[in-house]
Design a protein around this ligand. Structure first.
Ligand SMILES: [Zn+2]
Length: 112
């Protein structure tokens, strides 16, 4: 059988040989999971929207995110350190655009 992601030949599992289209490579498995999730979200477009509207879910989700951030402060810090160069470039661009927009607004305001 040929994997739909890496196009390599693979031995399908003897339990799922009829449906299996991806090989066992972790990269292909990751792609398969992402594609399955995307397909599921397309079939259920309202699922996450309805969930977000739900105030109980929102409260819980916020608490969960806050707890995660408290527990994983080290991971957040590590991520910030790892992406600091990209962040600096992004912020430089962001501030440049911001100043340009400000100058344009000031220029427009000055004109009668
Ligand atoms: Zn593959």
């Amino acid at each position: 059988m040929i994997c739909i992601y890496c196009q390599r030949e693979f031995q399908p599992s003897k339990y799922r040989h009829t449906k299996q289209r991806a090989c066992g490579d972790p990269v292909c498995q990751k792609k398969r999971q992402r594609d399955n999730l995307t397909a599921w979200q397309e079939r259920n477009p309202l699922y996450y929207r309805i969930k977000r509207i739900d105030p109980i879910w929102r409260t819980k989700a916020r608490a969960r995110a806050k707890r995660w951030r408290t527990i994983h402060k080290d991971r957040i810090q590590a991520y910030r350190m790892a992406t600091m160069d990209q962040y600096r470039i992004y912020m430089r661009e962001y501030m440049r655009r911001y100043r340009t927009a400000l100058a344009q607004r000031a220029g427009k305001a000055a004109q009668p």
